[in-house]
Design a protein around this ligand. Structure first.
Ligand code: ADP
Ligand code: MG
Length: 722
């Protein structure tokens, strides 16, 4: 191809080598052996193929809406073929003049009560050999679909030429007839098989009945049968996930060898006194279990790297607090990091209140802790007098040094970048090296209330062990979630009045702080005034991200103490805020928020013994996807169920936290939402391979390691996490 098309291929389809092209698989295949008559067509058919001729062309509509219409007949009936933007499709008229025998291929559509076929593919019926077309590949195409762009047909020519030159057996006009491809043998591809020896170990191929590599490469593009395509896809998906898991597990194991963890052998006075004398309630069974799991890590001599997942309100903070006591019992300091000042302050308040009767020094370090107040915190931390340092990113500053940092807790991790986690590791190194033979790092506990589906966690946090709190403290009433149209909010105000009369408090969340010219959505400033007018007798607080932090704190404190009854806020309150007396969460323009965010916001209520409500207010017109989001929220309170739905609806690329993780989510064939079981299989088999060849030196696995290394240049760089 010429340089212009080559550039298009590279820029838009990321294909710059033959290898790229070989792996640029079609996103679907369509069976093109079947012909339909026009009278058989219905609007819900995915794709159909007609044989006939164009009677005449005409153009309809004006300006940019001008369409090119071809009246097409199969000899019995007539249907319209339609191209929007007529000016761009002049070439259709010249290439396929009326009277020529054609095959039209496309998706039927209903327009003004009649069926038509927009933007069909046309082919010369006398040269197109339908019998040989079989399953026709559909490729992603470049944006520019006019002439000069690369459409699916052009991609088909490129891949076909490439595969043929590589010695794969493809018929001139289509796939190999079914009979030529022997079960699992890759029969017709034998010439190419030598070029693509399989790098997966034979025992795996055998056990999982995987299609050989060479055959799968051909069949991904030009399958002989639907079944061959299915098996090829399975192999490609498996190997994609397998190499990701192999990479993660190899990294994790290397780290375990190179790094040791402080040994917290003792369960001492701090832990025991708190547990037996100051704990205001019984731990849930799940809390006890995760504390045991983590203590086992901390005793082991290996460094703990654990992700604690638990739905909002499941009591993760308390678990963290008890672990910090274990650290202190063993002569270490602990550091608790939160993503926002509000949350750091709240943790500080919780910790100091819970530990008030114990000889433990807890300090707070955020951007707001300045000058005279800051110095003693930093010095106390360096000298080891501060037992627990709670803070925001401020704890990452160079000035902050620990005498003996033994445990790092990172709350609501999705707000922390991987790089920031890495800085904490570095920070502790100097303090911890102290003559030990191998590097000794503090234990790391990452806590998240955004439940992540297992399959995603295995990839996103693949280097972490996972503990789950799957139980809420007793006595909680499930939150009732209701959907209101914006236009009918009147009854909503009555409900709120009733709750406030019972002494409860109310959150109202807006997606925007102030008016925006571009989008017509509710904003906090205007909303605040409305609430003030509506409830002149109530006290109303206002919190948003553009306020100075002292101001924000003061307003927040007024709400926490119960002085104000309504808190009008942006999503600054999304994470962690704990006011058990608040029983209503109103979310304005709920259609603007993702599922994870809605669930987080809802988690701000239902923290006391009272019945709580979450009110989702939306505009009237909702997209299908938004409608589904709202329905899911109204149906379930289970964070894991919501996370699964989120993954299904949006795909993993958009899930919070995944953006930062680089190419691990750039999956080509597999789909974390749909191929969950395959992720588990990939992880198990990767572990098995690492067990069989821990040093990566066995001849049997040499092709595998070579392939992993070749992938490595593109793979996520896990090493910068440690
Ligand atoms: P999250 O997991 O969302 O961080 P928190 O740790 O903030 O949850 O806990 C939510 C509330 O539940 C807090 O008020 C906390 O004191 C309370 N809590 C935690 N564990 C228990 C328990 N075992 N029994 C009763 N209440 C608990
Ligand atoms: Mg929390």
């Amino acid at each position: 191809m010429g340089p212009a098309r080559a550039k298009l291929l590279t820029d838009e389809l990321h294909v710059s080598t033959f290898g790229d092209l070989l792996h640029c698989f079609p996103y679907k295949h369509i069976d093109r052996t079947r012909l339909y008559y026009i009278h058989e067509l219905t609007a819900d058919m995915p794709f159909v193929q007609l044989r006939g001729e164009i009677l005449s062309y005409e153009e309809e509509g004006t300006g940019r809406k001008r369409r090119l219409v071809a009246h097409f007949t199969d000899g019995r009936r007539v249907i319209d073929l339609v191209w929007f933007q007529a000016s761009a499709f002049k070439w259709v008229r010249t290439t396929y003049p009326a009277g020529k025998r054609l095959i039209a291929f496309g998706r039927p559509n209903v327009f003004n009560g009649h069926l038509n076929i927009p933007h069909p593919d046309l082919d010369d019926a006398d040269t197109l050999q339908l019998g040989k077309m079989g399953l026709m590949p559909y490729y992603h195409t470049t944006e520019r679909m006019k002439r000069g762009g690369i459409n699916s047909r052009a991609m088909e020519r490129f891949t076909k030429t490439l595969l043929q030159k590589l010695g794969f057996a493809i018929g001139a006009a289509g796939a190999t007839p079914a009979g030529e491809v022997g079960q699992g043998s890759g029969g017709g591809d034998s010439a190419a098989a030598a070029l693509f020896p399989d790098y997966l170990p034979p025992f795996l191929i055998h056990r999982l009945a995987l299609m050989p590599l060479a055959q799968s490469l051909r069949a991904m593009h030009y399958p002989a049968t639907a079944d061959e395509l299915r098996r090829a896809t399975y192999r490609q998906k498996f190997e994609e996930l397998f190499f990701i898991q192999l990479n993660i597990l190899r990294f994790t194991r290397q780290r375990q060898l190179a790094v040791s963890g402080h040994v917290f052998a003792r369960v001492g006075a701090m832990f025991n006194t708190f547990y037996h004398e100051h704990l205001p309630f019984q731990l849930t069974t799940a809390q006890k279990r995760v504390i045991r799991e983590m203590h086992a890590d901390m005793r082991s001599g290996r460094q703990m790297n654990r992700l604690l997942q638990g739905d909002v309100g499941s009591g993760k903070t308390l678990v963290a607090l008890m672990l910090t006591l274990l650290a202190i019992d063993n002569g270490f300091q602990a550091c608790v990091m939160a993503p926002t000042e509000i949350l750091a302050e709240q943790h500080y308040a919780t910790f100091t209140a819970m530990l008030s009767a114990m000889p433990v020094r807890v300090e707070l370090l955020t951007g707001a802790v300045k000058g005279k107040r800051r110095k003693p915190v930093i010095e106390g931390t360096r000298r080891g007098e501060v037992h627990i340092l709670i803070g925001t990113h401020a704890v990452l500053e160079d000035a902050v040094e620990f005498a003996r940092l033994g445990l790092v807790v990172i709350d609501e991790q999705h707000r922390f970048g991987v790089a920031q986690r890495a800085r904490l590791w570095d920070k502790s190194r100097g303090a911890a090296a102290g003559g030990a033979a191998s590097v000794c790092y503090p234990h790391v506990l990452v806590m998240t209330a955004t439940p992540i589906p297992r399959t995603l966690a295995m990839t996103l946090y693949g280097d972490l062990d996972v503990s789950v709190i799957d139980e809420l403290p007793p006595g909680r009433k499930p939150i009732e979630t209701r959907h209101y149209w914006q236009e009918r909010a009147e009854s909503l105000y009555r409900g709120i009045r009733a709750e406030v009369a019972k002494g409860r408090q109310v959150y109202v969340v807006y997606p925007l702080i102030s008016e925006s010219e571009k989008i017509d959505i509710q904003n906090l400033e205007a909303g605040y005034e409305q609430w003030c007018r509506r409830f002149p007798d109530l006290r109303i607080s206002k919190v948003h991200g553009r306020m100075k932090s002292a101001e924000k704190d003061a307003e927040m404190a007024r709400f926490v103490s119960g002085e104000t009854q309504i808190l009008v806020a942006t999503t600054v309150i999304e994470v962690g805020v704990n006011v058990p007396n608040a029983s209503v969460m109103v979310i304005q323009n709920a259609e603007r928020f993702g599922l994870a965010q809605l669930h987080q916001l809802r988690g701000r209520v239902g923290r006391g013994a009272e019945q709580s409500y979450c009110i989702l207010v939306t505009k009237y017109e909702l997209s299908r996807e938004t409608r589904q989001r709202i329905d899911i929220m109204c149906q379930t309170n289970d964070g894991f169920e919501i996370a699964e739905a989120d993954l299904r609806l949006r795909g993993p690329g958009d899930i919070e936290g995944t953006q930062q993780s680089g190419t691990a989510f750039d999956l080509h064939v597999a789909n974390l939402a749909r191929d969950g079981q395959l992720v588990q299989l990939a992880r198990d088999t990767a572990a098995e391979v690492l067990d069989a060849d821990p040093t990566g030196t066995s001849a049997e696995y040499a092709p595998l390691w070579r392939h992993l290394a070749a992938l490595g240049k593109d793979a996520i760089d896990w090493s910068n996490i440690s």
